[in-house]
Design a protein around this ligand. Structure first.
Ligand code: F0G
Length: 445
C-alpha cells in the first residue's frame, strides 16, 4: 500500500478535518461526539487540506491500488484514503468492502444482459451492485469508516435504527471491532435475512413497537441519554465512507462521468453521500463535469418526492408504506443535504409504485443479477424517467443496486412467477418428466 501523504497524517493539526454545519458557518473538532450543529442542521466532514490535495491526488493515485490484495488499499473504500478523514492503520476496521461489480446492462451493451436495457429504454446503462459488499448492502462502506471512528473515540457501545441493512452492517463491523452493538428496528417490518444477519452477528436487537421513524427518534434519544455512539447516516463519518460508492463508480467508468446516476432513496444518507463524492471529485479535478442525480422513492414512502414537487419548500413527514421495506421511511434525516444534491446536480426525484418495483425486480433477477426490492426502484425509476423524456434515450446512465437478492427472500418467493416454482413434485422419474415437459415444448424466457 502506498504511504498516505504526510500532510494528511492523523497527527498533522493543519490538515485535521473539522465537522462543519451544512447550513451555517459553525465548525466543531473532528473528534467531538456530535451529529447536529447547534442550529439543528446535520454536520459534514470538511477538509482543510483540500487545496493541497488538488495538487497531489490524481487518477493514478487510486488506479494503482486496484490490484492490491491485502491491507487497506485493497478495500474499495480505503483505496480513496486521501479523500477520507485520516486514521491510523490500527484504528481501521475493514472487511475490504467495496470493489463491487459494474454490470453493463444496456440494450446494446456488449457482454451483458440486454433485457434490462430494453426494459429501461436505454442503450447504455450500467448497474453498480453494492449488494456485493461483505454484508450484502452498500452500508458496509459507511460502516467501515463509522466504526473506525467509534474505535478511535474508544466508544463503549454503538447503536443505530434500521430497516435492516444498516443494522446488519453495524452488527458485523462492531463484532469485528469488539464493540457492543444495539440496533433499533421496527418490529415485524424487517426482511428476515437482514434480521437473521443482525442477530447472528451478535447485536442486541431492540424490536420497537412502531415504525422506522419511531426507532430513529428513539435511538437518538437513547444514545444521548446513555452515551452510546450513534451510527446512522446522520453520523458524518458514515457519509464519508458511503462517498466511495460514487468514486469507485467513476473509477469503474475510467473517470468519464455518466450523464445520470440513479439510486433508491429512503433516509437520504446515500443521496447526500453521492452528491458529496461528485462535488469533491469535481473540485479535485478527477472529473470534468457533474452527472445529474435521480433519487427514486417508493410512492407510499415518498416524502422527498412530495417535497420536490412542492419546490423543496420544506420537509414532508408521512406514514410510510411499501413492499420495499428498506426504504419504508416517512421522515428522512438527511433531507437538507439531499435537497442540496438534487439542486447542485440539476437532478430529479421520482416516485414509483410497488407494482413497478416488483416488475423491475423481476427483470433484474431474471437477468441473473438480482437485488432486493428497494434496489429495483432504481430500474423502475429509470424506466419512468426515460418514458417521460427526462432521461434521453441516448444518455449514459449508471444505476445503483443497493442490496443483495438474498436480503429479502420472502418477497422474491411471494412474487415468483406462477408456474416456475414447481412445488410438491413426486420423487419419481415419470412425474418429473411430466412436470418439465411444458418447458421443453414452449420457449422459455
Ligand atoms: N436501498 C437499500 C437496500 C437500503 O437498505 C436503503 C436504506 C436504501 C436503499 C436507501 O438509502 O436511506 O441512504 O436513502 N436502508 C437504511 C437501513 C434505512 O436502515 O438499512 P438511504
Amino acid at each position: 500500500m502506498q504511504n498516505i501523504d504526510r500532510d494528511m497524517s492523523p497527527n498533522n493539526p493543519s490538515s485535521a478535518p473539522r465537522l462543519a454545519c451544512s447550513a451555517c458557518d459553525r465548525q466543531y473538532p473532528r473528534d467531538e461526539i456530535r451529529y447536529r450543529c447547534a442550529c439543528g442542521e446535520t454536520l459534514e466532514v470538511a477538509y482543510a487540506a483540500d487545496d493541497a490535495l488538488r495538487q497531489t491526488v490524481t487518477h493514478a493515485t487510486f488506479d494503482s491500488r486496484r490490484a492490491a490484495r491485502r491491507g487497506s488499499a485493497a478495500s474499495g473504500t480505503w483505496r480513496f484514503r486521501e479523500l477520507l478523514p485520516p486514521f491510523a492503520d490500527a484504528e481501521i476496521v475493514s472487511k475490504l468492502e467495496g470493489n463491487t461489480n459494474l454490470y453493463p446492462v444496456g440494450a446494446t451493451a456488449g457482454g451483458g444482459p440486454s433485457t434490462i436495457g430494453r426494459y429501461a429504454g436505454l442503450d447504455t446503462l450500467f448497474f453498480k451492485h453494492e449488494g456485493e459488499n461483505p454484508t450484502g448492502s452498500f452500508k458496509d462502506r459507511g460502516m467501515t469508516v463509522g466504526v473506525s471512528q467509534a474505535r478511535r473515540l474508544g466508544a463503549q457501545a454503538v447503536a443505530c435504527a434500521s430497516t435492516g441493512n444498516t443494522s446488519a452492517a453495524l452488527a458485523a463491523y462492531a463484532a469485528q471491532a469488539g464493540i457492543p452493538c444495539f440496533v433499533f428496528i421496527p418490529a415485524g417490518a424487517v426482511a428476515r435475512g437482514k434480521l437473521a444477519q443482525t442477530v447472528g452477528y451478535g447485536a442486541i436487537t431492540v424490536q420497537v413497537a412502531g415504525d422506522f421513524d419511531d426507532a430513529m427518534r428513539l435511538v437518538q434519544e437513547v444514545c444521548a441519554d446513555l452515551g452510546i455512539y450513534l451510527l446512522n447516516s446522520i453520523n458524518p463519518f458514515r457519509i464519508e465512507g458511503q462517498k466511495t460508492i460514487g468514486w469507485e463508480l467513476l473509477q469503474d467508468l475510467d473517470w468519464q462521468p455518466p450523464d445520470w446516476i440513479v439510486l433508491p432513496a429512503g433516509n437520504l444518507g446515500n443521496t447526500a453521500a453521492l452528491g458529496k463524492a461528485l462535488a469533491e471529485a469535481r473540485h479535485l479535478g478527477l472529473i470534468a463535469r457533474l452527472p445529474r442525480v435521480a433519487a427514486i422513492q417508493a410512492r407510499g414512502a415518498a416524502p422527498f418526492y412530495q417535497s420536490y414537487q412542492g419546490g423543496f419548500a420544506g420537509p414532508v413527514a408521512l406514514k410510510a408504506e411499501t413492499v420495499a421495506t428498506a426504504i419504508k421511511i416517512g421522515s428522512p434525516v438527511s433531507y437538507g443535504r439531499a435537497v442540496g444534491v438534487i439542486r447542485a446536480t440539476g437532478g430529479v426525484v421520482a416516485a414509483v409504485d410497488d407494482a413497478e418495483i416488483l416488475a423491475a425486480k423481476r427483470v433484474i433477477d431474471r437477468a441473473g443479477i438480482g437485488c432486493e426490492p428497494a434496489s429495483a426502484a432504481t430500474l423502475a425509476g429509470i424506466r419512468q424517467l426515460v418514458a417521460a423524456g427526462m432521461i434521453a434515450r441516448d444518455a449514459t446512465v449508471a444505476g445503483l443496486l443497493t442490496g443483495h437478492i438474498l436480503k429479502d427472500a420472502d418477497t422474491t418467493l411471494a412474487a415468483a412467477e406462477a408456474g416456475r416454482n414447481l412445488a410438491d413434485v413426486p420423487a419419481e422419474r415419470q412425474a418429473v418428466a411430466r412436470a418439465l415437459a411444458p418447458f421443453l415444448t414452449q420457449p422459455v424466457g
